[in-house]
Design a protein around this ligand. Structure first.
Ligand code: NAD
Length: 416
């Protein structure tokens, strides 16, 4: 089974388990699993290579899963493997995430099946603008607010905001994750990793793991992994291993995150970081440590390596890095897991803050954004933790239960 199928199976398993515990009627389950609207469009653009002009037609998608609690919200992905099944599963995940942190949004996801690295800047701009033109009838400041995801970035959001504003008037709040100069939020870039570090510290403290005594291992040193590393190092944790797609580096005495960032900025990879020893991505996951943070890919911890994990706490910075069977194995071994639903929700929270600032036309400073982020994350964590203790269930079950209950309740109140 490929990774995407494993993830869809994993998510369905967690949902079914929560539906059972909540004793939801089958018609309610059906409604909660169904998308409100699934849009598929063709995005034709002319590609010019070596003086040759050719029309290419790309497939674009937007799945609007549920908007019982507020406008649809979710990222936009440019990747060759994008398809309706994947986008549908990710749109659902957004519904549960926005509900869990109790922000007034629903869930959506979109994308184009394209390799953005094969396009030049002009072609990427044309593709983004065409996509926005065709999606304009279903997106909007109070309807559906896209954001960047894999293969898209603040520039893509700037083009989309500009395209939408041509026909609707100046509308910064139609997308989030914009450049700061166009209404982007201070703190957005580091929000996800900062949130991961905040929650890891909160749960580690509950487990009586002090920063000074805790070794941290992080797989993935991109946006999320690097800001998690900065956040944990600032709190006094010893980060002993890091990795990227090329492999890992380790130093039992602790890696200087500042030095690692400077090295990556210069060399494009962690490989060869002075003062560290090389380690494979597979071996890195199995290192003796207190806190393990998978911050790269989905389905990283599976039945094949779950029994070899030595961490006491695993914090899911990536989406679905643990398969449901591996999750059971970790639980049986007494390893605590902070689920993705909670752990990496800092990104969508910061997106919400960007939207609020745009609506108010009143930008906040970075300290205000991060203070509010911490406060909401702590609230969400406490609600999950209390439910988990009351019901004697793990944090993942509690997070799904809370989120589903909120969405179901809103659906019933609105009378869909
Ligand atoms: P990114 O592209 O900035 O970084 C990904 C990192 O993973 C890079 O260091 C890359 O080299 C590494 N990597 C890629 N393949 C790898 C492999 N096979 N083994 C080890 N490392 C590998 O991406 P990101 O924004 O940091 O996102 C990381 C994860 O977090 C993804 O699962 C993403 O869906 C999830 N996530 C991101 C955000 C966000 O705000 N960026 C929010 C929620 C969830």
């Amino acid at each position: 089974m490929d990774k995407k199928c494993i993830c869809q199976e994993t998510q369905r398993h967690f949902l079914d388990r929560a539906f059972e515990r909540l004793k939801l009627k089958s018609e309610h389950r059906q409604l909660l699993l169904s998308s409100f609207r699934e849009t598929r469009i063709t995005v034709p653009i002319t590609l010019r290579h070596n003086g040759d002009e050719k029309l290419h037609t790309f497939q674009g998608y937007r799945v609007q899963h549920n908007h019982a609690r507020g406008p649809f919200k979710g990222g936009l992905r440019f990747h060759p493997d994008v398809n309706m099944g994947e986008i549908r599963a990710l749109a659902q995940l957004m519904t549960w995430k926005t509900a869990l942190v109790d922000i007034p949004f629903g869930g959506a996801k979109g994308g184009i099946a394209v390799d953005p690295t094969a396009l030049n800047e002009i072609e990427r701009e044309e593709l983004s603008r065409r996509f926005c033109q065709k999606m304009a009838p279903i997106i909007g400041v109070h309807d559906d607010i896209p954001a960047p995801d894999i293969g898209t970035n603040p520039q893509v959001m700037a083009w989309m905001m500009d395209e939408y504003s041509k026909t609707h008037g100046f509308r910064t709040a139609v997308v989030t994750g914009k450049p700061i100069e166009l209404g982007g939020s201070a703190g957005r870039l580091e929000a996800t990793g900062y949130g991961v570090a905040h929650l890891a510290h909160k749960v580690a403290t509950e487990m009586a793991l002090s920063p000074e005594q805790s070794r941290v291992v992080i797989q993935g040193f991109g946006n999320v992994g690097s800001h998690t590393a900065i956040g944990l190092a600032n709190k006094g944790y010893r980060v002993i291993a890091l990795s990227d797609v090329n492999g890992g580096v380790m130093n039992e005495a602790g890696i200087s995150i500042e030095q690692a960032l400077a090295y990556v900025a210069e060399n494009g990879t962690l490989t060869g970081l002075p003062g560290s020893a090389p380690i494979s991505n597979a071996d890195l996951l199995e290192l003796p440590c207190e806190i393990l943070v998978p911050a790269a890919l989905e389905a990283t911890i599976t039945c094949d390596n779950a029994d070899a994990i030595q961490a006491r706490l695993v914090v899911e910075a990536a989406n679905m890095p643990i398969t449901h069977r591996a999750d059971d194995q970790l639980k049986q071994r007494g390893i605590t897991v902070v689920p993705d639903l909670l752990a990496n929700v800092g990104g969508v929270l910061a997106s919400y803050y960007e939207w609020v600032q745009n609506l108010q036309q009143f930008p906040w400073d970075r300290e205000t954004v991060l203070r509010r982020l911490e406060s909401r994350l702590s609230h969400a964590h406490d609600a999950v933790s209390i439910l988990a203790q009351e019901r004697e269930i793990d944090m993942r079950c509690a997070a799904y239960e809370l989120a589903i209950r909120r969405v179901d309740h809103a659906v019933q109140l609105r009378g869909f």
